[in-house]
Design a binder for this molecule. Structure first.
Ligand code: ADP
Length: 188
């Protein structure tokens, strides 16, 4: 008997909303979930490992993969490329795993067109001041990048109505629990 295919779950939301933190919690809670590791040309942050948080690629290598159509989607975001390698996702879904994508709104739009059955979730911070506090608290950005992320966030908020669900990341465990329920629903 063929095993049941897994689902594709798209998670978006402004940088600093806590997507990475919530996804880490989801993976701890649900061993059947697989995280689709994105590729990026941005520099690794302290503590990040190639192949775990991201595949860290040179601009040349990334552009070569674009040429070869190796990405399900890709986008340029605050000066760097980000993309989703295509093949590992379909391998995991065929093996019955639910695959989580953490992608920004432009990329998500591309995937929604190609994969209309995906479960789409937009994570928001409780409010815009809290987003600012979290970005500052994370301490990974220059003031200039931080302001660019805040401006970008305001544009991204306008996209949330394109998603099946909006989840507030007030408390990480609560948000993760809500997302698990949404993924396990029979409908989207
Ligand atoms: P994103 O992946 O959306 O850019 P991160 O997961 O890097 O966001 O989180 C941004 C910052 O906010 C991090 O410093 C993280 O520890 C913190 N954070 C995430 N979720 C919460 C939460 N529910 N409450 C308080 N702080 C949070």
């Amino acid at each position: 008997m063929m095993s049941e295919k897994g689902k594709l779950v798209i998670i978006s939301g402004p940088s600093g909303a806590g997507k990475g933190t919530v996804i880490k919690k989801l993976l701890e809670l649900c061993p059947n979930l697989k995280f689709s590791v994105s590729a990026t040309t941005r520099a690794p942050r302290p503590g990040e490992t190639d192949g775990v948080e991201y595949f860290f690629l040179s601009k040349e290598k990334f552009e070569d993969m674009i040429e070869k159509d190796s990405f399900l989607e890709w986008a340029e975001y605050v000066g760097d490329y980000y993309g989703t390698p295509r093949q590992p996702i379909y391998d995991n879904i065929d093996d019955g795993h639910t695959v989580i994508l953490d992608i920004e709104v432009q990329g998500a739009r591309q995937v929604m067109q190609k994969e209309p059955d995906a479960v789409t979730i937009f994570i928001v911070p409780p409010d815009i001041e809290e987003l600012n506090r979290r970005l500052r608290g994370r301490g990974t950005d220059s003031e200039e990048k931080l302001l660019a992320r805040m401006e970008r966030a305001k544009l991204e908020f306008k996209e949330m109505n394109k998603y099946n669900h909006v989840v507030s990341n007030d408390i990480v465990d609560r948000a993760a629990g809500e997302i698990i329920k949404l993924i396990n629903r029979k409908d989207r």
